[in-house]
Design a protein around this ligand. Structure first.
Ligand SMILES: Nc1ncnc2c1ncn2[C@@H]1O[C@H](COP(=O)(O)OP(=O)(O)OP(=O)(O)O)[C@@H](O)[C@H]1O
Length: 638
């Protein structure tokens, strides 16, 4: 048994019953035929099932330690692969071919998949390529030039927001990536206005646009950010008719696709596509492989799909690392293809002549240089190349919090820089070196005071607004520094050991989607007791606050402390990040980056230096064949 397992119960490294049952079923069926099953095949089948539970799309026989790292010996990778290739349970189809439904496992690209997951990957790659290949014919963008200049005054200085919006006029598939506050939503509002103007210009009906996000909370934030970006456009004198054409609401992806009862199927799919001309999805890094596959298949040919997200955030809890794989396949080449540069010159300006002097500002100069037309197609050019724009400049300024350098150093995994920034005193960042308990005497009052204020509020709207201000984020759910235990201890500190379950001021986190309630996984509510003493759980929403009897709520937990995963897509005025006392493979630079970028005004970081260093040295690595699959398509097409 590994040392890690004893200290970190949530960092399982433990096969689940379902993983063993899968391999047992294969063995039983072979025995019934009087045959033996190769133990290496059974072991790999168990791990392929376990891998999905751990967020991987497949199992890599060359890296079993990613799943179980307790020093046990593993078969040699090439022998293991040979055993898999010879098994009757495992199909090895050609890259684009569907796998045999009679075989539960698929072996492809050196990876072993549960068949269903290999099919999700294959179908997702096919769907992305279908959209990428249905790019709009280069339209005459000249009639849009004055609106474009009003929306993007810096367009001719190499502004990447302008680049994204201009490319959206040419592309049916676009990825707009960037860190928090780089203006993804602002850019989307403006580019949707451009699409509306383009439709009007060409005598078409206004585009039907859907906004969606993986969680209810993220959808709510998306709608709020878009509303404020539209308000800014109105204030800047953009044609009100164009602003009116933009959507005011965002929904969850599940709701967009339309769940069918309790099945994993959706009403909208390849045969019954979504009735929209443009689908914009925010927080795409949180979308897992099955859902991304179903989304892409449901977007009709001819419609636009725009994915927004931060490639450096934690991948979804479920299988995949989908956004990262897709944008990696799209590549980082920022040069415009010659035909794109020519088509967009009326909006972005002509590319500067080689050797000509460009703007003085070095960033603008670099951007302008990046407008240089690609001389020859890059040999590795993917069909997704030219479909991605990475926004780099942060616009969200906080007077109280100096987060950008810390977030950047965490993103890059630069531990020395992170520690020197923490030691040097960044505005709004408090580093509690070596702290393993935010309820310890030195930080206890600072932590509890904002929540004590909740216990004296009676107005649900005010309490909800207050509830959204502060959160403790944890790497793990279980263990001494895990969210469950910390949450229980905070509840006890606030309301006593004999507290009512739904005490006045208790924060709740919804743990599953309930369309009946209009409550979604990740929604935060607050319990208040009325004058009759009865508890009501209050939740926000587009239509105002809604109260529920706690007994009727869908699955939920306390929410003073939550895992970083659960906090994805949310922001808080004050974030307390409590890292585990000992290293865990769940702790990665992506986890740190995601956690600290949830803070708006203040960040408290409770961590031991060695734990921080170990986390920063680690990527939240997911095994997936998606990027390879998207690139391999290129090779096969050239
Ligand atoms: N080009 C710009 N000029 C000035 N301010 C901008 C610009 N782009 C965005 N902003 C401002 O920066 C802030 C963040 O923008 P926005 O919400 O669009 O970013 P985001 O990338 O969607 O953020 P998040 O990742 O948090 O969702 C907003 O206040 C917005 O008004």
């Amino acid at each position: 048994m590994s040392v890690r397992r004893r200290t970190e119960p949530a960092d399982r490294e433990t096969l689940r019953a379902v993983d063993r049952a899968f391999a047992d079923a294969l063995r039983r069926q072979d025995r019934a035929r009087g045959a033996d099953t190769d133990e290496r095949v059974l072991q790999a089948a168990t791990l392929a099932s376990f891998a999905v539970g751990e967020g991987h799309a497949a199992f890599d026989p060359a890296r079993p330690q990613l799943l179980i790292d307790d020093g046990r010996p593993w078969p040699e990778a090439s022998e293991w692969r040979a055993a898999l290739a010879a098994s009757r349970w495992i199909d090895a189809p050609a890259a684009d071919a569907a796998s045999d439904p009679a075989k539960p496992l698929t072996f492809e690209g050196g990876l072993l998949y549960l068949r269903r997951y290999r099919e999700y990957e294959r179908r997702l790659a096919a769907g992305l390529l279908r959209l990428a290949q249905s790019d709009a014919a280069p339209a005459d963008v000249r009639p849009l030039a004055s609106l474009f200049a009003a929306l993007f005054p810096q367009a001719r200085q190499g502004d990447l927001q302008a680049r994204a919006a201009a490319l959206a006029l040419l592309r049916k598939l676009l990825f707009v990536t960037g860190g928090p506050g780089t203006g993804k939503t602002t850019t989307i509002a403006r580019l949707l206005a451009l699409l509306a103007a383009q439709a009007r210009e060409t005598g078409h009906a206004a585009p039907r646009i859907a906004l969606a996000a993986p969680t209810g909370r993220a959808a709510e934030r998306m709608a709020q950010s878009l509303a404020s970006a539209i308000a800014q456009m109105r204030a800047a004198g953009i044609d009100p008719a164009l602003c009116d054409a933009l959507p005011a609401e965002a929904r969850t992806l599940h709701r967009l696709l339309g769940p069918v009862g309790d099945t994993p199927r959706f009403r909208h799919d390849r045969d019954n596509p979504l009735p929209f001309d443009a689908v914009v999805v925010d927080e795409a890094s949180m979308v897992d492989l099955p859902l991304m596959c179903k989304l892409v298949e449901a977007v009709p040919s001819g419609a636009r799909l725009i994915l927004l997200g931060d490639r450096d955030q934690l991948p979804s809890v479920e299988a995949g690392d989908v956004l990262a794989a897709i944008v990696d396949a799209a590549g980082e080449d920022e040069t415009l293809a010659p035909e794109d540069a020519a088509a967009l010159a009326p909006l972005l300006g002509a590319p500067p002549k080689r050797g000509a002097s460009v703007a003085n500002d070095s960033e603008a100069a670099a951007r302008q240089m990046s407008l240089f037309v690609r001389a020859t197609p890059a040999p590795s050019a993917s069909p997704l190349a030219g479909h991605r724009v990475q926004l780099r400049r942060g616009y969200r300024q906080s007077q109280s919090l100096e987060l950008a350098p810390l977030a950047e150093a965490a993103r890059l995994g630069d531990a020395d820089r992170v520690l020197s920034l923490l030691g040097g005193g960044l505005r709004g960042v408090a580093y509690h070196a070596g702290a393993t308990d935010p309820l310890a005497a030195s930080t206890r009052e600072a932590l509890l005071t904002p929540w004590r204020e909740l216990t004296v509020l009676d107005d649900p709207a005010a309490a909800l607004e207050r509830a959204a201000r502060q959160r403790v984020l944890c790497a793990l759910r279980d263990g001494a520094q895990g969210a469950s235990r910390l949450n229980a201890r905070i509840e006890e500190a606030l309301a006593g050991a004999q507290r009512e379950t739904y005490f006045h001021g208790r924060l709740l986190l919804v743990a599953e989607n309930s369309y009946r309630h209009g409550l979604f996984n990740g929604d935060i509510g607050v319990c208040l007791r009325g004058s009759d003493g009865a508890a009501v759980a209050w939740f926000g929403g587009a239509a105002g606050v809604r109260g529920f009897h706690p007994a009727t709520l869908p699955a939920h937990t306390g929410a003073f402390a939550v895992t970083v995963h659960k906090a994805q897509g949310s922001e808080f005025d004050t974030v307390w990040l409590q890292m585990p006392a000992v290293d865990t493979r769940v702790a990665s630079r992506e986890l740190l980056y995601t956690a600290i970028t949830r803070a708006r005004n203040a960040l408290h970081l409770c961590a031991d230096e060695t734990v921080l260093r170990a986390a920063l040295a680690r990527h939240a690595m997911r095994v997936s064949g998606l990027a390879g699959r998207l690139k391999a398509r290129v090779a096969s097409e050239h």
